[in-house]
Design a protein around this ligand. Structure first.
Ligand code: HEM
Length: 477
């Protein structure tokens, strides 16, 4: 589209430009990049975004690395991108370029009819699954344990057989897979940066020189693919029976009815593993980070859990009855959203309802191909949605019937691409909370760093882990 056509479209739709953030005239937006790089290094990147939104406004444009992006935390805009104008936005080729080497095409990287197909394969899994169950003061960093736990439960669900990483020794296949998967995910951000228009030529030159040499990233992806491929054929036949005689639900068995193509099986499985493993682990580690600092919340949990379950193992329906656990997890996902920002690319010239003009009430023009970033971290902290104590961790706020955040709180995304694993994740996290509270009388922080600080990867978790001291229930005082 020419500039003139864009202008005509914008005028016809009553659009006014969004405020701009610094140096709109420079192609690189060097100042933006420098500021972001400094904040990244200081682990205050999410705070930097909060500051930008609160000083400039809920919707603005900024240039960096050759791209002008619209940034927004306006719930109406987010709703437009994800729901009401869903067809006007895509993940675009960027997501596939970034994640593709690790996961291949699948629900997390596809658009259009391919996405619809992946979604139809994946969705039935989560309408049926229920969590499986599986004991001095204990000092531990819970974070790496949660990451192993969710690797094991995800592989059990997807492949029918847990990798058993929690019980595996160093050097085992399970841990090799885990380290390779973690490493590849860390490097994915660097791949993302190389996709910026301004850095693409450098990435291209580098790839010419590196053409013959396998990078550590390539090796990690190969390890992931090799290990997973080794698990695929046998797991589609084995272990259909769950303990107790009921047929166990295994994702791979279900999609094997649709396709036997080993590459497609690998891709769909890896896409789900990427979506489902680190997210739940990060939710748990962020939640226990807070619990170790809030004995009041732990005491309330104890009382509710003891009353409800009287020491027995919780089942799926029982877990849903303890509202306070749901409140706790909601609050954790509000203040520490594990996917703190997200984006979509406009597939055609379109508009967002708010953000244009000096008062931000006019629509904003979005050019075909333009990136729109929405920031949950900042949106979830806004007093206009959550009241004057919006920065306080308060699970009880979710009992307030006047609290209706709608699109202002979307830790699982919204609209057609809403997370399919939401109920599964919340049930699993609730189960872990109940079992740990049943085993331990108290939890204390075993870490000098009091305020939570960010580790932003594909998911966001506590940078210093979740170092705690747990006192077993039956231990003499
Ligand atoms: C606390 C845990 C979780 C959080 C916060 C979370 C969050 C999200 C978010 C924000 C998205 C949207 C991504 C995007 O479209 O850009 C998403 C999508 C998705 N999630 Fe989750 N997720 C969680 C757990 C899980 C689990 C346990 C699974 C499966 C085992 C899962 C499977 C998926 C899938 C398949 C998608 C892609 C949906 C689609 O594009 O149609 N998630 N999730």
């Amino acid at each position: 589209k020419t500039r003139w056509q864009n202008q005509t479209f914008a005028t016809a739709h009553g659009c006014l430009p969004a405020p701009r953030y610094q140096q709109p005239e420079t192609i690189l937006g060097v100042q933006n990049v420098v500021e972001a790089a400094r904040a990244w290094k200081a682990n205050t990147w999410l705070e930097m975004w909060y500051h930008r939104f609160t000083t400039i406004g809920p919707t603005f444009q900024a240039s960096s690395l050759g791209r002008t992006t619209i940034f927004t935390i306006d719930p109406e805009n987010v709703k437009a991108v994800l729901a009401t104008k869903f067809k006007h936005f895509d993940l675009g080729p960027r997501r596939m370029k970034i994640l593709g080497p690790l996961t291949g095409p699948g629900i997390f990287t596809n658009d259009g009819t391919s996405w619809e197909h992946s979604r139809s394969l994946v969705r039935p899994t989560f309408t049926k699954v229920q969590p499986d169950r599986r004991s001095g003061s204990v000092e531990a960093d819970l974070q790496p344990l949660f990451f192993r736990l969710t690797l094991d439960s995800a592989t059990e669900l997807l492949l029918g057989r847990s990798f058993g990483s929690l019980l595996s020794p160093p050097g085992s296949n399970a841990l090799r897979f885990m380290h390779a998967f973690d490493y590849a995910q860390c490097r994915i951000h660097v791949h993302g940066l190389r996709e910026s228009p301004a850095l693409r030529p450098f990435a291209w030159i580098q790839s010419l020189f590196a053409a013959k040499k396998k990078s550590k990233f390539d090796e990690a992806c190969e390890t992931v693919h090799r290990t997973l491929d080794g698990s695929l054929p046998s797991s589609s036949r084995e272990e259909k029976e769950a303990p107790g005689g009921k047929e166990k639900y295994v994702f791979l068995h279900e999609i094997a009815n649709e396709t036997r193509d080993p590459l497609q099986l690998r891709h769909e499985t890896l896409n789900l593993l990427l979506a489902g493993r680190d997210t739940t682990a990060a939710l748990l580690s962020n939640t226990f980070f807070v619990l170790a600092r809030r004995p009041d919340i732990w005491a309330r949990l104890r009382s509710e859990i003891d009353q409800t379950f009287e020491g027995s193992i919780p089942d799926y329906d029982g877990l849903r009855t303890v509202k306070y656990i749901r409140n706790l997890l909601n609050e954790s996902l509000r203040l520490y959203p594990v996917v703190p920002w997200n984006s979509r690319i406009a597939t055609e010239n379109t508009t967002l309802p708010h953000g244009g003009g000096p008062d931000g009430r006019s629509p904003v023009f979005v050019r075909a191909g333009q990136l729109v970033n929405y920031h949950l971290w900042s949106m979830h902290r806004m007093p206009e949605h959550f009241g004057p104590d919006s920065h306080v961790f308060n699970p009880d706020r979710w009992d307030d019937s006047t609290l209706r955040p709608g699109w202002a709180c979307i830790p699982f995304n919204g609209g057609p691409p809403i997370c399919v694993g939401q109920q599964y994740a919340l049930t699993q996290a609730a189960y872990v909370v109940v079992r740990l509270v049943q085993q331990f009388e108290s939890i204390e922080c075993h870490d000098a760093s009091t305020p939570w600080s960010e580790h932003v990867g594909l998911v966001t978790s506590s940078r210093t882990g979740t170092k705690v001291s747990l006192r077993p229930r039956n231990m003499p005082r």
